[in-house]
Design a protein. Structure first.
Length: 613
């Protein structure tokens, strides 16, 4: 079935709660009115309650969400990030840990053969080619970068000699085995079993070593290559007579030597990790390579400081769950990690974090399904791309981090809409409901409530195109709805307080006069609140609002002031042309309201930043 994002679940829960509160409020309001006034105005008051219900409900939320996600998806596509499921954009923006393989995202995955370490280099090179998964085909079409590097680094005579052999059977590479093997037959009908893979795996199956070498001395030499960031592939072989073999036959081998490869760091890798750090995202490398290679890359990218070590998959597996969680949170580089261990690391990290996983292999599917944000590269296996919510057209960590930033931008703008509509609608509508019980007529007509709702929704919808402060891109969790509900309540109370001040000043304006001025004041306070709540900074220090938001805000405020003066407004909406002095007083009140709301917001965010460090 369809995978529901964390944000979708939160939004669904939030919508249900708002709906329950509003229904309860309307029923209570109607009941109190019936008790106070009897059935005299029941029909009119029922229409007012329905309009009030519509006014409180953030009915533009689905439109805002779809607009924001669609806009985000288009911008991500321009940055080579394809989103398969729109709601996954929020999950991408919400992550604070990104787990990724080293090869292809941190390094170029363009291996070049540096040298062959063997007493018989030709034989070592020949057997290295024979163990290629594409030995019987065009080896240059091989997807395995080791195969391609071996082919390009082999002398021409070795390439020609490899064509004199045919592959009888083979056992493909698996992370658990750490090697692959083939049974090859020469034109002279001699059969040779060749094992190729990680040095410690190959050496453990050998009993014959050249030139008095020992397992320990070989492993020391290989470890030294790893500390230089070089990747190593070992070769061993033995002659057998049969046409088939099993894993039991892969013992008692003769160690032939090893190949040393360089895999340069991507030029963008270090900057991408710095960019991730500035966005509050920890990058963790999960690789199958040796500890020495992983640590070399970790130091080069700045993920490991002096003296810090990479954790191995075996170490994580050996720890009790609670210690494993602490270890996974503390470490940034993991070596010799098997697919099952990757899955466990992600689950451990999810106990305190939102985790993204960037994978590409078939074995990465469980980890992709477990991650909060499942990311695959374009070159990934089809099953991995199917399991992912997001596909990177560029196999680059920089692209993934850009995706996180764009996701946060979308998330932040949806949150702006929710905060603004809740603070203004709840504040205005509750004070309106209370005042409606204090006077013999409605403080604002139902049709005026609906018009107010329609007009103020235009700038609110335009907020999806707004720019976002760096603070919200860096620490999105600090600005989530659950963390800002206190601010919403404070701003709602300020809004209600000003409604009562307004009522005290204008209650003598008569029925149509009060209704008209209430409409104008409500529209202006909501417009002003948008420009305050759109940023966690003082409004004059914030990024410039989006042009569409600015223009629609000015247009809405203009219509709210001038529509009551028109015949159209008076005929269709029951307005009465107000006194210019009343409009001037409203503008003064709105200015004070804005200053007070802005001060409350700034104090709130100052205390939040102080508390969160």
């Amino acid at each position: 079935g369809k995978r529901q994002s964390l944000y979708e679940k939160n939004l669904e829960d939030f919508s249900k709660r708002v709906f329950q509160i509003v229904i309860g409020t309307v029923i209570l309001l109607f009941s109190v009115n019936f008790f106070l006034h009897g059935t005299g105005n029941s029909a009119e008051f029922a229409v007012f309650c329905i309009a009030l219900f519509v006014g409180i409900i953030p009915e533009a939320l689905p439109v805002v969400t779809i607009f924001a996600l669609s806009e985000g998806a288009l911008k991500l596509a321009k940055h080579k990030v394809v989103v398969k499921r729109l709601s996954a954009i929020e999950n991408l923006g919400n992550i604070d840990i990104l787990c990724t393989d080293k090869t292809g995202t941190i390094t170029e995955n363009k291996l070049s053969l540096e040298r062959v370490e063997s007493s018989d280099k030709d034989k070592c090179s020949l057997y290295g080619l024979l163990a290629s998964a594409f030995a019987d085909e065009d080896i240059e079409s091989a997807k395995d970068p080791f195969d391609t590097a071996l082919f390009r680094g082999a002398p021409e005579n070795i390439r020609s000699s490899s064509k004199d052999f045919r592959t009888i059977s083979e056992r493909s590479f698996s992370p658990e085995r750490g090697s692959n093997s083939v049974l090859a037959e020469s034109s002279g009908k001699e059969k040779v079993l060749i094992l190729r893979g990680a040095c410690e795996k190959v050496i453990s199956r050998c009993s014959i070593f050249p030139g008095g070498e020992t397992k320990e001395s070989l492993l020391d030499r290989v470890a030294e290559e790893g500390r230089k960031g070089r990747r190593v592939l070992a070769i061993a072989a033995k002659k057998i007579e049969r046409d088939s073999y099993s894993e039991k036959d892969e013992t008692g081998l003769e160690f032939l030597g090893y190949f040393v490869f360089s895999d340069p760091l991507k030029k963008t890798a270090k900057a991408a990790i710095e960019s991730a750090r500035s966005a509050g995202v920890q990058v963790k490398i999960l690789t199958g390579d040796s500890r020495e290679v992983a640590e070399a890359v970790g130091r080069e990218t700045g993920l490991l400081k002096n003296g810090e070590r990479a954790a191995t998959g075996e170490e994580i597996e050996a720890l009790p769950p609670e210690e494993a969680v602490r270890k996974c949170e503390a470490c940034h580089v993991f070596a010799r990690v098997l697919p099952g261990t990757k899955y466990k690391i992600i689950k451990y990290l999810q106990q305190g974090h939102e985790v993204g996983f960037l994978g590409e292999g078939i074995n990465d599917v469980p980890s992709l399904k477990a991650a909060d944000a499942a990311i695959a590269v374009q070159s990934a296996a089809d099953i991995s791309k199917d399991a992912a919510d997001i596909v990177l057209l560029s196999n680059d960590l920089k692209t993934a981090i850009e995706g996180v930033r764009r996701g946060r931008n979308v998330f932040a703008n949806i949150q702006k809409y929710i905060k603004c509509t809740l603070a203004s609608n709840f504040g205005n509508c509750y004070s309106m409901a209370i005042i409606s019980l204090m006077i013999p007529y409605l403080p604002i007509l139902p049709i005026q409530i609906l018009l107010l709702n329609l007009l103020t929704d235009f700038p609110l919808i335009a907020i999806v195109f707004d720019s976002v402060d760096q603070d919200e891109l860096r620490q999105p969790k600090n600005y989530q709805l659950s963390k800002t509900i206190k601010l919403i309540v404070i701003l709602g109370l300020i809004s209600s307080m000003f409604d009562f001040i307004f009522f005290g000043l204008f209650r003598g304006a008569g029925e149509a006069g009060l209704q008209t001025l209430w409409f104008t004041a409500s529209a202006l306070t909501e417009c002003s609140l948008i420009f305050s709540i759109r940023t966690s900074h003082p409004f004059w220090k914030a990024k410039r609002p989006a042009t569409s938001l600015l223009l629609l805000g000015i247009l809405t405020a203009g219509l709210a002031i001038f529509l009551p003066f028109t015949g159209f407004g008076q005929t269709f909406f029951g307005f009465k042309a107000p006194q210019p002095s009343s409009v001037a007083l409203i503008i003064l009140l709105v200015s004070i309201y804005f200053a007070l709301s802005e001060s409350a917001k700034n104090i709130y965010y100052w205390r939040l930043k102080k508390r969160c460090g």
